[in-house]
Design a protein around this ligand. Structure first.
Ligand code: AMP
Length: 281
């Protein structure tokens, strides 16, 4: 595995790989790698010839009172995990390398960013879309791998690819979970012991919602209320949102039909956790 810190070196290396006819797979992350990230790398390893992993905690997508400084980081450990997972090129740029000059423009997401996480994190997805577009330009991948844990991000990046005619395939990857159902996340280390113990209730509430739908319930408000009640009874976290929307368009719905997302964000003392299920009827 080669660690590259500059855009120039990354381009030179990848131009060489591309000219040899290799297919480039790309997994963008913010590091503090866990099995969720590794499952994306694994998929890229199986489907492409050269796997590029980026680790960059992007200041542009964090609000002023969010956890940019507290976001967990451990590059030495990440390097070992990435190498063992079969990453070929680890791109690890500094903030200065990614943003050498004050940006004169950014990508503004005009659809799908005013709901779910976008509602409570204004301009978060502008920051995500901007950095992802920059990374795509730097890597020029054939295929990119994104986790459905961040389903809203997947929906938005798919539209970024469509709207800017990027010649990139996006692979949606399923959410990896702990044994008790909690979605794996770098932020889980910022939970207290008590919070960690009760956090599996998030996924349990989603599973309960799925059972209601399986039993024939079609009313999104009823389903949402049962999820909210369950969370209130079983967690101490503050409910940021529980929403049921169409997927991937993220529009309000009156009836459960076609493809829908049930999504939750729960704010704990030092970590905001998100989870979701996407159901295709
Ligand atoms: P992050 O480092 O949190 O920005 O995540 C980088 C990529 O890994 C994103 O595409 C995430 O959706 C994905 N990811 C994060 N957690 C999981 C998980 N538990 N299962 C699968 N993919 C994940």
């Amino acid at each position: 595995m080669i660690v590259v810190e500059t855009v120039e070196n990354l381009r030179a290396l990848l131009n060489e790989k591309r000219s040899e006819g290799n297919k480039i797979g790309f997994v963008p992350t913010m590091g503090y790698l866990h099995e969720g990230h590794l499952s994306l790398i694994d998929k890229a390893r199986n489907q492409t010839d050269v796997v590029v992993l980026s680790i960059f905690v992007n200041p542009l997508q964090f609000g002023p009172n969010e956890d940019f400084d507290r976001y967990p980081r451990n590059f030495d450990q990440d390097k070992i995990l990435a190498e063992n997972a079969g990453v070929d090129i680890l791109f690890y740029p500094s903030v200065k390398e990614m943003y050498p000059a004050k940006m004169a423009m950014k990508v503004i997401v005009t659809e799908g960013a005013d709901v779910l996480c976008g509602k409570s994190r204004p301009s978060h997805f502008d920051g995500v879309a901007t950095v992802v577009l920059k990374l795509f330009q730097m890597v020029s991948p054939h295929t990119v791998y994104f986790g459905m844990k961040d389903a809203q991000q997947v929906a938005i990046i798919e539209k970024l690819i469509r709207d800017f005619n990027l010649s990139i395939d996006l692979v949606r990857c399923p959410t990896l979970r702990e044994e008790d159902g909690l979605a794996k996340s770098s932020r889980n280390v910022n939970l207290s012991k008590e919070e960690r113990e009760e956090a599996p209730a998030i996924y349990k509430s989603l599973q309960q919602a799925v059972s209601f739908i399986d039993e024939g319930e079609k009313n999104p408000t009823k389903i949402k209320n049962t999820v909210v009640d369950y969370l209130k009874q079983h967690t101490t976290g503050h409910i940021d949102y529980v929403e049921i929307l169409s997927y991937p368009d993220l529009q309000p719905i009156n009836q459960i039909e076609l493809e829908v997302i049930i999504a939750i964000a729960l704010q704990y003392t030092k970590a905001r956790l998100i989870d979701n299920v996407v159901i295709n009827l």
